[in-house]
Ligand binder design. Structure first.
Ligand SMILES: [Zn+2]
Length: 152
């Protein structure tokens, strides 16, 4: 299998993710990405499921996706073409790069990590990453934005 190189995300979903990061600021936002493999070997996101950040500690630098959302989605998607392909979270006043803490708690190596940097309350950059096989840390992949901006 060729390593994943690209994730496709509709601009409306990107807007939702970045808006969630702005709303949650200075805390981290988080949620799940639902999608499927496409012919070019990449992944297409078809739906974004927002989660409450249920991290019991410092939500300014930590996130935890609501496990009830995960369970409900897995149940909904049973037998479907779509699956949970990854998740997103924001980095308040930090770059859109996986942190050391992210690397420590990385789970499910096939998951795509979307990270939005929210600097001073404004979403400035969103990037996509996957875990290298064999625990070599994160590798950035392409984020292809599809669709049209509202009014554009
Ligand atoms: Zn992080």
């Amino acid at each position: 299998m060729t390593p994943l190189a690209m994730i496709h995300l509709d601009i409306a979903d990107l807007d939702r993710i970045e808006a969630a990061g702005v709303t949650a600021y200075p805390d981290e936002c988080c949620g799940l990405l639902i999608g499927h493999d496409i012919d070019d070997g990449g992944i297409e996101v078809v739906r974004v499921a927002m989660s409450e950040n249920v991290e019991p500690g410092d939500r300014r630098s930590r996130f935890e996706i609501d496990p009830r959302l995960l369970i409900a989605l897995r149940r909904d998607l049973r037998g479907a073409r779509d699956r949970i392909v990854g998740h997103y979270h924001s980095h308040p006043d930090h770059p859109a790069r996986p942190s050391a803490h992210d690397a420590e708690r990385a789970w499910e190596p096939e998951m795509v990590w979307l990270i939005t940097a929210v600097i001073g309350g404004e979403a400035v950059e969103t990037t996509a990453h996957v875990l290298e096989d064999g625990g070599g840390g994160f590798r950035q992949i392409g984020l292809q934005i599809t669709g049209k901006a509202p009014g554009g």
